[in-house]
Design a protein around this ligand. Structure first.
Ligand code: SF4
Ligand code: SF4
Length: 450
């Protein structure tokens, strides 16, 4: 027996869809099996609420008068990336404040904006003829922005390795505080509620899938960076309108000694199209295994203390090295369940419909490491391609010309013209070496040579 997304959406429209959260589905599948569960249930809602450092937002501030092409941008003294002219900036969640250090960061600015608080925008520029302003200082709020788009390159890890510390000193890490001599284990991820654990082969979601993101609607835009489906550590890249999100599901946090991060609530609806998908959504914490890595060894390839299941981790202790080691989560299961419940209620109320992805995410792939090697001399970045105007005849570096045509209107001697294929032809004999075109070519293709 199988269903289609269209059939399920029809049921949602008529408020007749049967929706269970992932943990409810686990119990049902254990009780009646996947075949019957697939007949009874239309949608399974998942949820996770953990520290997702690879998060941030694109913000568009609008143009001041006179306008500015922002080169350096800060929001509440947190630097944002602004190499995308002229009034856009990407604010990363883990960027620490210039003044408060790690105790306030991009995550806090995002939370302040979503809460409706005012933040201070400061920007500098070198000034251009088209953007003459060189600085701006302004109090702004989320409502003042043209767009505020959460765009997170790596969220919703399928599962995450647990952490322990065999060294003699306490470690402050992104996995929280790790006590010496293996005195505690921390772990992250939502286990059986985790979105990607409930459809590990990505049969029901992909590019374009509508999801719950930060209390509002969002979309999957692709695989997350460092996605590793070969080893069961897939991730998602997601996007959503920050203006429609809720501070309840976006919380700034600081891991002492590490820095700021953003807790993000994400939920995927899994359409139960057949018994195979029902079986996947029936996954339990006892079936999801992760290694406990020793952060006491300062290496990328940390040794494994032992393999454990989320069931073990959630029990509150793990037995290793002849002792019981206390475990504690870093993700919130309470909020993960809240995400799954909220999404369930949206679907039951006919406010959230399922989508068919426009493209599947890769089901294979693993993560490469960075091999650090000193660059050779000819690999070092070269000096600017742009020529100084000292010589007397135009020459074009053909490999650099993109035939944009900008040089045509600049040359009074008609050195440049278009052929019938829209290629820019050069008649260098006519050149009088005025130099007007050289510094205007956007790719640095034009030189004056003797
Ligand atoms: S401006 Fe530069 S890139 Fe554009 S057509 Fe002229 S030479 Fe080519
Ligand atoms: S240097 Fe002056 S004359 Fe020569 S091609 Fe450029 S614009 Fe034309």
């Amino acid at each position: 027996m199988s269903k289609t997304v269209e059939e399920i959406n029809h049921k949602i429209q008529n408020k007749k869809a049967v929706v269970l959260t992932a943990d409810e589905m686990t119990k049902l599948v254990q009780n009646i099996g996947p075949e019957k569960a697939a007949q009874e249930v239309d949608v399974v809602t998942t949820g996770t609420f953990g520290a997702m450092c690879s998060s941030g937002a694109w913000l568009n501030f609008g143009h001041a008068d006179p306008p500015i092409k922002m080169a350096n941008v800060w929001l509440n003294d947190v630097s944002a990336y602004s190499g995308v002219a002229a009034v856009d900036a990407y604010l990363g969640a883990t960027q620490p404040s210039d003044k408060q250090g790690i105790f306030y960061g991009g995550a806090h600015v995002i939370e302040d904006l979503v809460k409706g608080n005012t933040v201070v925008l400061k920007a500098f520029a070198h000034g251009t003829d088209c953007y003459p302003r060189k600085e701006v200082l302004s109090a702004i709020s989320l409502d003042d922005l043209n767009q505020a788009t959460m765009c997170n390159p790596r969220n919703a890890y399928q599962k995450y390795c647990a952490a322990v510390n065999s060294s003699e000193k306490t470690l402050q890490t992104y996995m929280g505080k790790l006590l010496p001599r293996c005195a505690n284990i921390t772990y992250s991820g939502a286990g059986e509620l985790s979105p990607l654990n409930n459809d590990p082969h990505g049969r029901t979601f992909g590019v374009g899938t509508r999801i719950f993101l930060g209390g509002g609607f969002g979309f999957i835009t692709g695989s997350g960076t460092q996605t590793d489906p070969d080893h069961g550590f897939s991730t998602l890249m997601v996007q959503g309108d920050l203006k429609r999100m809720s501070p309840e599901f976006l919380k700034a946090a600081v891991f002492n000694g590490y820095g700021p991060t953003l807790y993000v609530g994400i939920g995927l609806p899994i359409p139960v199209l057949d018994a195979d998908i029902a079986a996947c959504t029936g996954i339990s914490d006892a079936e999801i295994n992760v290694p406990v890595l020793d952060y006491g060894i300062a290496s990328r390839d940390r040794p494994v203390l032992k393999e454990v299941s989320y069931g073990n981790l959630k029990s509150g202790w793990v037995e290793a090295q002849g002792k019981r080691i206390k475990t504690s989560p870093l993700s919130s299961f309470a909020w993960a369940k809240k995400v799954a419940l909220e999404l369930k209620q949206w679907i039951e109320a006919g406010r959230f419909f399922l989508t068919i992805p426009v493209e599947a995410l890769p089901s294979r792939g693993s993560v490469k490491t960075l091999s650090v090697r000193i660059p050779k001399t000819d690999e070092l970045p070269s000096a600017s391609r742009f020529s100084s105007i000292t010589e007397d005849r135009i020459q074009r570096e053909e490999s650099l010309c993109i035939h944009c045509g900008h040089c045509i209107s600049l040359c009074e001697e008609d050195v440049f013209h278009l052929d019938n294929k829209w290629h820019v032809i050069v008649d260098a004999e006519k050149c009088t070496s005025c130099g007007t075109c050289c510094d205007a070519c956007p790719t640095g293709a034009l030189f004056l040579v003797s």
